[in-house]
Design a protein around this ligand. Structure first.
Ligand SMILES: [Zn+2]
Length: 343
């Protein structure tokens, strides 16, 4: 785990650098790739890409890239397929898996998208992975980062709201940035990123419903923390409040998914639960502060297999196993399907 103490300062420096670059640039009117309308933006496309490239270098210096070329290539392949179908397929996209236990994904202006090993552990299909990446691509294509700077808000880096202050992973710097982002961005940009992400899912052939599944995964984190807090007799951790409603009750989110469902797609791709789990077999997983294990994937073949029984073979309890397998708070392994435990 990277020490987080120094990181906020480094990020601050990076922010200053990025903001200065923007301030020095000339004001320009550019066409927004998503709306097709003229956007007042201080930054041109070239400047945006150059800024992203510079910030990318700093991120790579400060954060650890997850050392698994096969997993990096897999995430890149899914990301590129979505980017190709996006409103901005004329820029080069870079997808990077960070070795970071926080549950997070974010994007820089210019096409740099990051996803943490922490969130990969909780996703349960290729469709959900595509949902997270599609959402981030949406921020890039709608130029949220670039527009944010034009608005003069000190949050040049597009860090995502899906950052959660959970016990199971917390990169201070990323959280700090996401807090800054929430103040600046709010729900509107997030909903737009969801809408665009759902649209890209549909264009590639995944079901846009995967976007709702992603929000479910994140919502479950919050519910799990409440459950843990009750057990430990403490207050639940503060959340950003973005998912104050359950995705199933979120009418606006459902609306954007419904719209995406009408888009003609290139074919139909299954969510690919098993293929995804095979890819993350062996993934580093933080159980608690300074305690790590790894995700081990196996097939549920024993009749009557329960998470309680699986917990006996795992170093985490049955409810956390449910959380990892998208089954919290109740649910049992599906016969014949792959299931994750932690060892
Ligand atoms: Zn977002």
């Amino acid at each position: 785990m990277i020490t987080t103490e120094k990181k906020p300062n480094q990020f601050k420096k990076l922010l200053t650098l990025v903001i200065t670059t923007a301030a020095l640039s000339l004001a320009a009117c550019s066409t927004n790739p998503v709306t097709g309308k003229k956007d007042f933006s201080l930054i041109s496309k070239d400047q945006e890409v150059a800024m992203g490239a510079q910030a990318h270098k700093s991120i790579l210096k400060q954060s650890k890239v997850y050392k698994n070329p096969r997993l990096q290539a897999y995430v890149n392949r899914i990301g590129q397929s979505l980017a190709k179908h996006s409103h901005r397929n004329n820029i080069r996209y870079t997808f990077t898996v960070l070795d970071d236990p926080s549950v997070n994904a974010f994007a820089l202006p210019g096409g740099y998208v990051y996803i943490t090993s922490g969130i990969l552990a909780y996703l349960n299909s290729e469709g959900e992975l595509a949902g997270v990446l599609g959402h981030e691509i949406g921020h890039v294509t709608a130029r949220h980062g670039a527009r944010q700077q034009s608005a003069g808000i000190a949050s040049a880096i597009l860090v995502d709201l899906i950052s959660k202050k959970t016990s199971a992973g917390n990169s201070k710097a990323l959280n700090q940035l996401s807090t800054a982002l929430i103040r600046g961005y709010g729900r509107e940009h997030e909903l737009q990123a969801d809408r665009l992400g759902a649209e890209y899912l549909a264009r590639v052939g995944y079901s846009p419903e995967n976007m709702i599944n992603v929000v479910r995964v994140l919502k479950a984190q919050e519910e799990f923390d409440k459950y843990q807090a009750r057990k430990e007799g403490r207050q639940p951790r503060a959340y950003h409040g973005v998912f104050s409603t359950h995705p199933d009750n979120d009418t606006r989110l459902k609306e954007v998914i419904r719209a995406a469902n009408k888009i003609k797609s290139a074919g139909s791709k299954p969510a690919n639960h098993d293929a995804y789990l095979k890819q993350i077999n062996g993934l580093k997983y933080r159980i608690s502060k300074n305690r790590y294990g790894k995700i081990v994937v196996g097939r549920a073949t024993t009749p009557g297999l329960t998470y309680a029984k699986l917990a006996l073979r795992s170093i985490v309890g049955e409810q956390r196993l449910r959380l990892l397998n998208g089954m919290f708070p109740k649910g049992e392994p599906v016969q014949g399907r792959l299931v994750k435990i932690v060892q």
